[in-house]
Design a protein around this ligand. Structure first.
Ligand code: PA5
Ligand code: NI
Length: 183
């Protein structure tokens, strides 16, 4: 009987198979946060998020499984978030599952229309093809989410170099979504 790898559903920790891990620090995220002065004053070595995924084969029909652990924090009044991307193969979708922490999934279609979904323990997010996605941590602890996506989907970060059409900020202790002019 094959003993499959497993995930701790409370923490998102992956075990039982080789992993690929990548940490993204504040210094890796130029032009991502609206307040460039606040970003420049921040510690570039501070980790913002870590993605752990099972090492697994890639090819037509194969899926990748990974967990994003996004730290809490603010740059200016804007919450810590992932860079966000479209898939290089635009038609490919993805599923996110909220594991722990509190946050938002920012989705944006190719016409630039953005929307938000609440991410919390057990939430299931079906990201259709042709839809850019970014995680935002609005809570006080780490936000962890499991993702499953086609191995050939790829990442297109350049298409969102102008940013998303919504920014999520803390105002008076409240979470607020603000529409952005020119993305
Ligand atoms: O596949 C996904 O969408 C996630 O695993 C993301 O890649 C992860 O959350 C990191 O975000 P980004 O690739 O936008 O830096
Ligand atoms: Ni993706």
């Amino acid at each position: 009987i094959y003993q499959p790898p497993y995930m701790n559903w409370a923490s998102g920790a992956l075990r039982g198979a080789p992993l690929i891990c990548k940490t993204t620090h504040l210094g890796d995220l130029p032009s991502v946060f609206a307040n460039d002065i606040a970003w420049r004053q921040s510690d570039p070595r501070q980790p913002v998020y870590r993605v752990e995924m099972f090492e697994s084969p890639s090819g037509e029909g194969y899926l990748y499984t990974g967990v994003t652990h996004l730290h809490p924090g603010l740059i200016g009044d804007e919450y810590f978030m992932t860079r966000g991307h479209f898939h290089a193969r635009r038609e490919q979708g993805e599923i996110y599952f909220g594991l722990c922490g509190e946050g938002l999934l920012l989705l944006q279609d190719e016409q630039g229309k953005a929307r938000l979904e609440q991410v919390s323990t057990g939430s299931v997010h079906i990201i259709p093809g042709f839809t850019a996605h970014r995680l935002i941590n609005t809570g006080s602890g780490v936000l962890s989410a499991l993702a499953v996506w086609p191995s050939l989907a790829g990442h297109d970060y350049a298409a969102l170099a102008q940013g998303f059409a919504l920014r999520v900020v803390e105002q008076g202790g409240q979470v607020q979504a603000k529409e952005v002019q020119n993305g």
